[in-house]
Ligand binder design. Structure first.
Ligand code: SAM
Length: 491
């Protein structure tokens, strides 16, 4: 009982602190019924550190108060959450509900607009039955999501958006999406694209995880073409190379535009926190290695216009990136301030005058030996004053004795929360561990602890100088300088 009380105290004290701090600053903390906006995201980001123990305590309370079996079974069936999210996105439901008032839209009307089956989408009666005979206990795709506060069921079979589901809006009509599916995610926050990727391609990989772990041909392999996803897609190509194939371009576009969502909610913090971009001299060159369509570069370039940016990636992605920038920031392309370059990061790096090499969510895409090769290529092209900025998830252990970083590296060591909370409350949502397994499923790769990062960085010729911790789940920054060649070649 003492633990229950302690957990509930953490929740009530934390909520009191957040509401008091909001009142003092004039911030209005968003409710679930408010629409999704960049400003409301920024307000949440401001209080993310205070919210983390509250969220962790709430998760722990739910587990404490649940019977083990239903708790386990609910998680066991959770693949249907990701599939349902993807289905709602494919069916344009968030956009269909955009203009709907507080009483929501009947699921039959939603189904008429998106051509989906009303019963499967959310109605509580079978397709052949009289539509007035409702079974109030049945529930389907939208209702499942509403049970986790994604959409709201306002009356039987009537749904509306809430703040969370409205983050999935693309600003396009169902007709436009059906006519031009490849453009569905253009000029969006990327949330719908990422959600559809997670509920389709990534979910297919997850379905193959057990087979992959138990088949002797793949069980101990570290090959990027031996991940569960190759089994699902019946291919031998590493996932990012498979995405470059002309037949799979829509998958590539979905993932690349989805990457935007991983910074959209951090747009205020990412370019101003951590590494001192503003302190770089005029005209210095930032190379965004494996930069995708230039999502991170765009956030940084908007704030730091005194720098030049080079975004490198594989051919089809570079083409998509140029088209993306031409539509949203043509002046930066036209002036040459932002350039794209096709470059395979396993080959010698052609840019030898970079002030910064930046790699976001690249190292966690590759097993150690491959990640070290990428780092060595960057080291070989670095000047003595070149900085490497790694933006990636840093994993923490769930135990108190676990290593959270190297005490000698500024910013690496984390404060530990008091019991009964787990030591790192922001780890409790599982987000970082889910991304780690996503890497296992799609790329046969992994997330890393600070110590693991330090090890591959040293092997690749870089010294880890500082860690900038952002409130999870924002990516962390690891700032590195070149090791002297004589040392790095011995490592
Ligand atoms: C997870 S995405 C990250 C994209 C971008 N850094 C971001 O954070 O939005 C990984 C990127 O690595 C690129 N990539 C994979 N293999 C590559 C290679 N051999 N050379 C260059 N880029 C590669 C992919 O095309 C993809 O854009």
């Amino acid at each position: 009982m003492a633990t229950l009380k302690a957990l509930s105290d953490i929740i009530s004290t934390g909520v009191f602190q957040i509401t008091s701090a909001c009142a003092a600053c004039g911030d209005v903390y968003p409710t679930l019924d408010d629409p999704y906006t960049v400003e409301s995201n920024n307000i949440q980001n401001r209080y993310a550190i205070d919210a983390a123990p509250v969220i962790a305590a709430a998760y722990q309370l739910i587990a404490t108060l649940s019977n083990p079996e239903p708790y386990i079974f609910t998680w066991g069936m959770s693949s249907y959450f990701s599939a349902s999210l993807a289905a709602a996105g494919q069916g344009c439901v968030p956009d269909i509900l955009t203009e709907v008032g507080s009483d929501g839209m009947h699921v039959e009307e939603i189904a008429r607009k998106n051509d989906m089956d009303a019963d499967k989408l959310g109605a509580t009666y079978g397709g052949n039955r009289d539509s007035t005979t409702h079974d109030p206990l049945a529930g389907r795709i939208l209702r499942l999501l509403a049970s986790r506060n994604i959409f709201a069921e306002t009356a039987s079979n009537r749904f509306r958006n809430n703040r969370i589901s409205s983050a999935l809006c693309t600003g396009k009509t169902p007709e436009a999406m059906q006519a031009r599916p490849a453009e569905k995610w253009d000029n969006t926050n990327g949330c719908s694209a990422m959600t559809e990727f997670l509920g389709t391609d990534a979910a297919r990989a997850a379905g193959m995880l057990v087979d992959n772990l138990t088949d002797p041909a793949t069980a101990h392999s570290r090959g990027p073409n031996r991940a569960p996803i190759q089994r699902a897609f019946k291919t031998d190509l590493p996932f990012h190379y498979w995405l470059q194939e002309p037949a799979n371009i829509i998958h590539m576009k979905r993932l690349q535009h989805g990457m935007r969502t991983l910074t959209a909610y951090a747009s205020e913090d990412l370019p101003t926190g951590g590494f001192d971009w503003a302190g770089l001299p005029e005209n210095q060159l930032v190379v965004d290695v494996g930069g995708g369509i230039g999502t991170v570069s765009m956030d940084i370039a908007e704030k730091h216009k005194h720098l030049r940016y080079m975004i490198q990636d594989l051919p089809a992605t570079v083409e998509e990136g140029r088209a993306y920038w031409a539509s949203v920031k043509p002046e930066m392309l036209d002036s040459g301030q932002v350039q794209f370059q096709v470059h395979n990061f396993f080959e010698p790096q052609p840019v030898t005058n970079a002030a910064v090499f930046m790699v976001r969510y690249i190292l966690h895409n590759w097993p150690d030996t491959y990640a070290v090769t990428i780092l060595k290529q960057l080291r070989a092209a670095a000047q003595p004053d070149t900085t490497l900025v790694v933006l990636d998830q840093i994993l923490d252990y769930m135990s108190r004795d676990g290593d959270t970083g190297e005490a000698d590296i500024p910013g690496a060591k984390r404060p530990v929360a008091p019991e009964p909370l787990c030591p790192y409350p922001d780890a409790v949502s599982g987000y970082g561990y889910l991304v780690d397994l996503l890497m296992m499923g799609c790329l046969n790769s992994k997330g890393r602890t600070v110590t693991e990062f330090r090890s591959i960085l040293n092997e690749g010729g870089w010294e880890l100088r500082r860690v900038h911790r952002f409130a999870a789940p924002h990516p962390q920054q690891l700032v590195c300088t070149p090791l002297p060649q004589s040392i790095s070649s011995k490592l």
